[in-house]
Design a protein around this ligand. Sequence first.
Ligand SMILES: [Ca+2]
Ligand SMILES: [Ca+2]
Ligand SMILES: [Ca+2]
Length: 255
Amino acid sequence: MRVIRWLGLALVTAAMACDDDPVVAPDPAPAAATLYTATGDITAKVDEFRNALGPSNGGTAGEQPAGRREINWDGAGANPFNNRNDFPPDFFNTTVKVGAVYTTAGTGFRNDSTLFRDLNPAYAVEFNAFSPTKIFAPIGSNLVDQLFRVAGQPTPAVVRGFGIVFSDVDIAEKTTIQLIGQDGSVLGTYAAPVRSDAVGLSFVGVTYPDAIIARVRITLGTGALGATVNDVTAGGTVDVVVFDNVIYGEPKRAF
Ligand SMILES: [Ca+2]
Ligand SMILES: [Ca+2]
Ligand SMILES: [Ca+2]
């Protein structure tokens, strides 16, 4: 009995001590991510991901209440810049107003209508389009970041989901999307599955309940494209990977 009374006193003391302490919020629980991956015939999984984000907002400027945005690289407006290494990194927020801006540690970006065979003839048998006929890659690096903006504005934004179609993922766990929050913290890193059929497409997408993704670091295989850089399945030493459609939640103004 005495032991119990002492324990009770100890608990009361502890509670009083807590009352005097500054209030410190507990660390927030990690947000629950929903993962979508597919290889081979990826169409159904891509549609499932699109539907999870909601209806398409097309190129409507300004923040919309819900839904998604998508870049397929195929629109005629991009034609003047295609098959060059200087595709404008903000094309998909200034010319086409879908709230996407790209950065890379490399030297530029290329939107290619030849399956990159004009860069290296050997690439034509490696790469394919999901949406014909243009596919995209950074030049001089295999890293590219996608940042989000309120569509058509310079205002930084966050999204609740991001998905991407890759072409020619040959090595497991190397082609990834790393989702990053407003404070720079890594929300999660997710790999695209290795290609499994003659077409060679892979999809990875992630959704969260709320718009918390401020940036996505996209890692394409293990090395940059190049005129003398052959793919690992064509006698080379690096896994070259490019991408096609990117699909993401409606960009919401970041606070
Ligand atoms: Ca395309
Ligand atoms: Ca290959
Ligand atoms: Ca490859």
